[in-house]
Design a protein around this ligand. Structure first.
Ligand code: ZN
Length: 297
């Protein structure tokens, strides 16, 4: 009997077996192919299951999702952009397993509550900044899922004064400015010649003015957005994961400066904004909780 976790995007499918204590075993990941994405996802799940009976599957998916219908419509997977019934497909693969799906940001928040910096913290925000930006809100000890399952979408908060186009159809969204992909895109538009986020942060750390401006612009916007959410929800604990959060002082300096400048109202005086310690398996760990909640272990 095996409980499993699946992560859908934005850039990879990842799967793991979930141990009784919630630990992830046999974590495997594949890039999302441009064609027949479910076939790749199915093959990955089958390989990780390794022939054992699957008795539970939790899925953390890049949004938007329709949680009640079990449908994900991630913009990075062209075949699924209008919506793919992930839960039904998974149910056919593992007929005896209950299958649950939640937004990737909700899964990150669940994982931070169970294993990370938010243990015992009843009101908090968990954010993951990578190719995209997702978030999960913890209020009164519970993760908010919202009407359709998409609560916590801090990536689509609109920042006044910015017109960077977002793939949601809007402009000036946090994700269109502060995701790793957005920073690289903006820097290249300004004449920077590199091509990925690692090169961008290296260049920023070495004093390249365009790279530094790109990361500073993103960090400032991120700090402003985090401050706004903290004020809106009366939250003073924020944890930020995803590969962008690993960038170090070049990003965290501007984030902290913006939080200090904007989280000024009295009830936010002790606000803590800190990097996640969960690494790149936070979504999978949260998906595992969907399949096997800690109190049932
Ligand atoms: Zn947007």
């Amino acid at each position: 009997m095996t409980v499993m976790a699946l992560e859908i995007g934005p850039a990879r499918f990842a799967a793991a077996r979930v141990a009784p204590d919630g630990g992830l075993q046999d974590v495997q990941a594949v890039p999302i192919p441009s064609r027949a994405p479910w076939n790749a996802c199915r093959d990955l799940l089958t390989e990780v299951a390794a022939g054992s009976e699957v008795t539970g599957l939790g899925i953390g998916a890049t949004g938007p999702i329709d949680m009640a219908a079990g449908v994900a419509a991630p913009p990075d997977i062209p075949d699924w952009r209008i919506g793919f019934d992930v839960v039904e497909a998974a149910q056919k693969l593992f007929p005896s397993a209950p299958v649950g799906m939640a937004l990737d940001g909700v899964c990150v928040a669940l994982a931070e509550q169970a294993y990370g910096s938010l243990r015992g913290v009843p009101d908090a925000l968990a954010v993951a900044v990578s190719t995209r930006i997702c978030g999960g809100i913890v209020v009164g000890g519970f993760c908010a899922v919202g009407r359709t399952g998409n609560a916590g979408n801090i990536g689509h908060m609109v920042m006044p004064g910015y017109d960077d186009p977002c793939d949601c159809g809007g402009k000036g969204c946090v994700q269109a400015i502060a995701s790793g992909a957005a920073m690289v895109r903006w820097a290249r538009e300004q004449g920077w010649a590199g091509d990925d986020f690692a090169a961008l942060t290296d260049a920023a750390g070495s004093g390249d003015p365009i790279a530094d401006a790109a990361v500073r612009r993103a960090g400032t916007v991120l700090g402003q957005a985090l401050s706004s959410v903290a004020s809106l929800l009366d939250i003073d604990r924020v944890v930020v994961g995803g590969f962008v959060a690993q960038a170090g002082p070049v990003l965290w300096g501007p984030v902290r400066e913006a939080v200090a400048a904007h989280a000024r109202i009295g009830f936010l005086s002790g606000i803590r904004v800190e990097p996640s310690r969960l690494g790149d398996t936070a979504v999978l760990a949260g998906a595992g909780i969907l399949a096997s909640p800690p109190q049932q272990r």
